[in-house]
Design a protein around this ligand. Structure first.
Ligand SMILES: *Cc1c(COP(=O)(O)O)cnc(C)c1O
Length: 406
């Protein structure tokens, strides 16, 4: 059989399998949609009645307290979105103009944008195929070849710039190999700032994602595991960093009964009370949602394991992924079936998507420094994100009696 024919068969087999589990619903199946199945309406109405809908109010504080508890950190500072959270996290970690920030190229564009808005330069490093996050060995090898360490400052000898931070991202909810990354970071005296936008509720062994580095950032965009409409938060155990982040997010206004005194150029990034009310109700459903999403991942693993040429991505040993987005990975030999599968699924209303274009291929980041990126390029060419809403699990049609247990 020719390769073209075997690809054609694979495309049909995958599409058939999807149609058999989703049924012939007239509605399309979203990649990820939010659920409002808790106290959302109740808390939002209470917030409206309180009159405090903007950036001051008790829901902001309550949301931060609860979020810090869930994420295992001392402080959470709620802000308007995940990109703003990451920008503040980098800011308080001393990332500034003409420094470099090591990060994966295999990430959402916001990771690089947050650094760039501070005047810093993204510097791309490859990922580990086992967790799709920054690869500690690739990072060490690259740093060994480019860094001169001077008095605790890591200098890129090719560019002359300071390397100010390492930003691992827990791709689709799968924790990075953190201990080994940290060993490299310590060796070179570079702080770790986590982009935990996709990994709220995921755990690296017993530790929640977002609590692992010096500072972390999470997102509550509408497509994330919980949503505040738009929102994000800075997480840290260091009081001084939390205070700085909060100060910067609230126009750097000094407390005073009436005077407007601001002591630096800052941002208006504080999360409004309305969004925090929504967030508090959503947070109460986080564990439920993770259970549903993990069951959905198990269902996909079982449903697709009999098809040769594809694998459903599975969490690494010892960690707990929130399985924010499920990923279907094609074998290298059938990588060119990716686009036909995407077309077929989207034509059937199943809104599957490729992964983001690697950032080093985007116009504004093409000239940024980078290590070799073979895994990034390879994985992008054969990965498909498939519908992953938590509510989906209950709507699936079991193919066998066995599947009913999910
Ligand atoms: C969603 C996301 C962000 C940014 O979050 P927003 O709330 O959309 O600004 C940052 N990094 C990654 C990896 C994300 O997936």
């Amino acid at each position: 059989m020719s390769l073209a024919n075997s690809n054609q068969e694979l495309v049909l087999e995958v599409a058939d399998r999807f149609r058999s589990v989703f049924g012939s619903t007239p509605d399309s199946v979203a990649l990820h949609e939010p659920d409002f199945d808790g106290r959302e309406a109740e808390l939002l109405i209470d917030c409206l009645n309180s009159g405090y809908v903007s950036s001051v109010g008790r829901y902001v504080t309550e949301f931060e307290t609860e979020l810090a508890r869930v994420c295992g950190v001392k402080y959470a500072v709620a802000v308007v979105n995940g990109t703003a959270a990451l920008e503040l996290a980098l800011h308080v970690a001393n990332v500034g103009a003409d420094s470099e920030v090591l990060m994966p190229s295999f990430t959402f564009v916001a990771t690089a944008n947050a650094a760039r808005h501070l005047g810093a330069i993204p510097h791309f490093v490859d990922i580990d195929p086992d967790n799709m996050g920054l690869n500690p060995d690739a990072l060490r090898g690259h740093l060994e070849s480019i860094v001169d360490s001077k008095r605790g400052v890591a200098l890129n000898r090719r560019s002359g710039r300071r390397i100010a931070a390492i930003v691992p991202m827990h791709t689709f909810g799968h924790p990075v190999d953190f201990d080994r990354l940290q060993a490299v970071a310590e060796e070179f005296d570079i702080p770790i700032i986590e982009d935990a936008a996709e990994s709220l509720g995921s755990k690296y062994f017993e530790k929640p994602c977002g609590s692992l580095g010096m500072v972390g950032a999470v997102s509550f965009n509408g497509n994330k595991i919980i949503t505040t409409g738009g929102g994000g938060a800075v997480l840290t155990n260091q009081e001084s960093l939390a205070q700085k982040a909060k100060h910067l997010s609230t126009t750097a206004k000094l407390p005073h009964r009436w005077e407007f005194i601001h002591d630096q150029v800052a941002y208006n990034y504080r999360m409004p009370n309305l969004n925090a009310a929504l967030g508090l109700a959503q947070l109460e459903r986080l564990e439920h949602r993770i259970r549903e999403k993990r069951a959905l991942a198990t269902f996909y693993l079982d449903t697709f394991k009999s098809i040769d040429g594809i694998t459903i991505f599975k969490e690494a040993k010892g960690v707990r992924s929130n399985y924010w987005l499920n990923a279907m990975i094609l074998d290298q030999e059938v990588a060119n079936a990716r686009d036909p599968i995407l077309t077929m699924l989207n034509d059937s209303g199943i809104l599957a998507r490729p992964s983001w274009k690697p950032l080093h291929t985007l116009a504004m980041y093409r000239e940024c420094p980078r290590a070799e990126l073979p895994v990034t390029n390879d994985l992008h060419s054969r990965l498909i994100n498939i519908p992953s809403s938590a509510s989906l699990r209950a709507k699936l049609i079991p193919r066998t009696e066995n599947d009913r247990r999910y």
